[in-house]
Ligand binder design. Structure first.
Ligand code: PMP
Length: 379
């Protein structure tokens, strides 16, 4: 057997040769929009801070006050001594916003998805996952030991076929998808998903990481059609950190009793919870705020003749990783931070620029970015 070091070096060299090696760049976020990277000030179109709340004075003040009152860390997992009063307050607020009986906060959105799927299904069961779903949905599905099948992206005919073929062989069936797809920005057909789930006696989970705070007056993608479980994150439009799950009281009680990523992981720091509560206050106090990020994305898609944006996320498909990296570097030369997204985050052959618009982007900057992308990036 080769040494661990040799193994790592060989593996890295292989990834490097395919332009798939990833490196961390120090990025100092100056506010909700501007970042300093490599000594250069850049206007970011790559942060998921859709409402600019990471740097909102009320959100920051709430986090500081929580540190002062409750300390820097939670001290233990929620089932031991980490369940601070702020947890319940945020859960009540999230359940109210999502129109469910109850909610449960997790350490992150990744931990939420990795934790809840194994609570609901096991080895005799079936999980059907949209092929473009986030890595943590796949992680949860794998950890459940259920049979996992993927359906083509937003392809309800394919999902229907899989249900017709396999549903009867399994005790329980779970359909999991994203409300807003993180790398494509399109929306799931929730009404059809709900109908299929009901027709085939299946449960539906939607991941609303990119919908909360920005769609349907901030209530997210599930405002009109209810999934059995709506999960998401506090780390994007809410500008904080942590994950959440909204569902009926009984489902939440079961999750709190059984989800290993909740039971065996330290609770969120009080500052993150307080910041998320303050972010919800800001969103609820300004009814026009939530819609603004999507409107900015739509101004951009109109300017570059792409299909009208449905969310704050706009992909520009470029195909291979080198072209995507090159486009990202060219935009950096023009003063913009637009990250290239490569496999395995996205399927082979679909490397892209992923633009994330925020309520705070100035119209003039969007016009300038669109012009450069039209002239220098688009084929
Ligand atoms: N689901 C989706 C669709 C996401 O995009 C993300 C974050 N990249 C997550 C879940 C994970 O959330 P968190 O960052 O809170 O772990």
């Amino acid at each position: 057997m080769s040494s661990l070091d040799d193994f790592a070096k060989t593996k890295l060299a292989g990834l490097e040769a395919r332009h798939l090696r990833r490196e961390l760049s120090v990025t100092q976020r100056e506010d909700g929009l501007w970042v300093t990277r490599g000594g250069k000030l850049l206007l970011s179109f790559s942060c998921n801070d859709y409402l600019g709340l990471t740097h909102h004075p009320k959100v920051k003040a709430a986090a500081i006050a929580a540190v002062t009152r409750h300390g820097a860390g939670a001290g233990a997992s929620r089932l031991v001594t980490g369940n601070h009063p702020l947890h319940g307050e945020l859960e009540t607020r999230l359940a109210r916003l999502k129109g469910t009986e109850a909610a449960c906060i997790f350490g992150s959105g990744y931990l939420a998805n990795a934790g809840i799927v194994p609570v609901l299904v096991g080895k005799d069961d079936l999980v059907l996952v949209d092929v473009l779903s986030h890595a943590c949905i796949w992680a949860g599905a794998q950890l459940s030991h259920a049979r996992v099948e993927m359906f083509r992206h937003n392809d309800m005919a394919h999902l229907g076929e899989l249900l017709e073929t396999h549903r009867a062989e399994h005790a329980r069936t779970l359909i999991v998808t994203e409300g807003v797809f993180s790398m494509d920005g399109d929306l799931a057909p929730l009404e059809e998903l709900r109908l299929l789930a009901d027709r085939h006696d299946a449960w539906l989970i939607t991941d609303d990481a990119h919908g909360l705070g920005v769609l349907n007056e901030g209530r997210g993608s599930g405002a009109k059609v209810k999934a059995d479980i709506q999960m998401g994150t506090l780390s994007k439009a809410l500008g904080s950190y942590g994950g959440y799950v909204c569902a009926s009281q009984a489902v939440i009680d079961l999750i709190k009793t059984r989800a290993r990523t909740l039971i065996y992981s330290t609770a969120l720091p009080p500052a993150s919870i307080a910041a998320a509560i303050a972010a919800l206050d800001v969103i609820e106090a300004d009814p026009a705020l939530a819609a603004r990020a999507v409107l900015k994305a739509q101004a951009f898609t109109r300017a570059v003749n792409l299909p009208l944006a449905q969310s704050p996320i706009v992909p520009i498909h470029l195909g291979d990783p080198v072209t995507a990296l090159d486009a990202s570097h060219r935009l950096e030369d023009e003063g913009f931070l637009v990250i290239a997204i490569r496999p395995p985050t996205v399927p082979d052959g679909t490397a892209r620029l992923r633009l994330a618009f925020t309520a705070a982007h100035a119209d003039a900057d969007i016009v300038r970015l669109a012009k450069i992308i039209r002239e220098k990036i688009l084929p």
